[in-house]
Design a protein around this ligand. Structure first.
Ligand SMILES: NC(=O)c1ccc[n+]([C@@H]2O[C@H](COP(=O)([O-])OP(=O)(O)OC[C@H]3O[C@@H](n4cnc5c(N)ncnc54)[C@H](OP(=O)(O)O)[C@@H]3O)[C@@H](O)[C@H]2O)c1
Length: 284
């Protein structure tokens, strides 16, 4: 049985704490928040542990989860290193999607192994998160010696761990942002254009939803290139030209950039002459 300390017992900390307790492989030791009532609420939710709000009250643990907000990770790591409570050879990890384990470098300097474990999951409500967490993919990166312990931890709480390349965290997080946020932005652009064309607002979801969902399902199952349909992959330059004539100025750059990217994606499906014509049009 390994001890787990949780510093920052908020939504993610509470969820992982309860999952760790329930899997029977970890003893929840100290649970810290900024205020004692919040730490106590976390301990009550998890069902085990000692509530606290002082870093220097921490007892040594094999694993320490630093689940404070992203901006607080580096200062908390520094304060934790300065407090002298972290034992050499133990593992300290954070759960940020964008930040590297390197943010915990001051703890490496006192002999800890550092890593990050990012669950690709939204922890809006810890009780629901506990129920729905099984099978969640968790990205791991950090010190080689820490990774086997965190792979075990992730698997024990029901996640599917996978390793990122060293230095890959920013690109990994950009991928998630493009996939989730930019998809929403594209939806907004498509809605704006449909409204411009005179589609009733009440019809927008029914019109765009099946197209978007079908294209996404095809791209995910077949791969992006075979899933591509529409004027660019057909080499239909006249249609692209008509789009460009009616697009408002603020949408021209994004349409042209994505159009060029779509020409590249179409690859061998697009004859060379049509490729040249489309690129000239999009770059005009
Ligand atoms: N929420 C998600 O869906 C999600 C998903 C993947 C990864 N993550 C990552 O998980 C980490 C925690 O996120 P969360 O959503 O669980 O945050 P949260 O619910 O806001 O909880 C943050 C916890 O840290 C404490 N805290 C806040 N500011 C602090 C500070 N300046 N110094 C020390 N402790 C502080 C809070 O104490 P009080 O309770 O006393 O306020 C709270 O216990 C972040 O790195 C985030 O990127 C979150």
């Amino acid at each position: 049985m390994q001890e787990l300390n949780i510093i920052g017992a908020g939504k993610l900390g509470r969820t992982l704490g309860r999952l760790a307790l329930h899997c029977g492989r970890y003893r929840i030791q100290d649970c810290l928040a900024r205020s004692l009532p919040s730490a106590q609420a976390a301990v009550d939710f998890i069902g085990s542990g000692q509530a606290g709000c002082q870093l220097d009250s921490l007892r040594p643990a094999a694993l320490t989860l630093l689940s404070v907000p992203d901006d607080a990770i580096a200062p908390t790591a520094q304060a934790l290193a300065d407090s002298g409570v972290v034992r050499a050879g133990t593992v300290v990890f954070h759960a940020s999607g964008a930040a590297e384990a390197e943010l915990l470098a001051p703890l490496r300097a006192v002999g800890a192994q550092v890593a990050s474990l990012h669950p690709a999951f939204s922890f809006a409500d810890p009780a629901r998160a506990v129920a729905q967490f099984a099978g969640t993919l968790c990205a791991l990166e950090g010190d080689a010696a820490a990774l086997p312990l965190l792979q075990d931890f992730a698997a024990a709480i029901g996640a599917q761990p996978f390793a990122l390349a060293p230095g890959g965290k920013a690109a990994y997080h950009a991928a998630l942002s493009v996939a989730s946020n930019y998809l929403v932005t594209l939806t907004d652009i498509a809605r704006q254009l449909a409204l411009q064309g005179g589609v009733d607002e009440a019809l927008l979801s029914a019109l765009l939803g099946p197209l978007m969902q079908g294209s996404l399902a095809n791209a995910l199952s077949m791969g992006p290139q075979p899933a591509l349909t529409g004027p660019i992959v057909r080499g239909d330059a006249a249609t692209v030209a008509r789009h460009l004539e009616v697009l408002p100025p603020d949408l021209q750059p994004v349409y042209r950039t994505l159009g060029e990217r779509t020409v590249a994606l179409a690859g061998v499906r697009l004859p060379e002459k049509a490729r040249q014509t489309l690129l000239a049009l999009l770059r005009d």
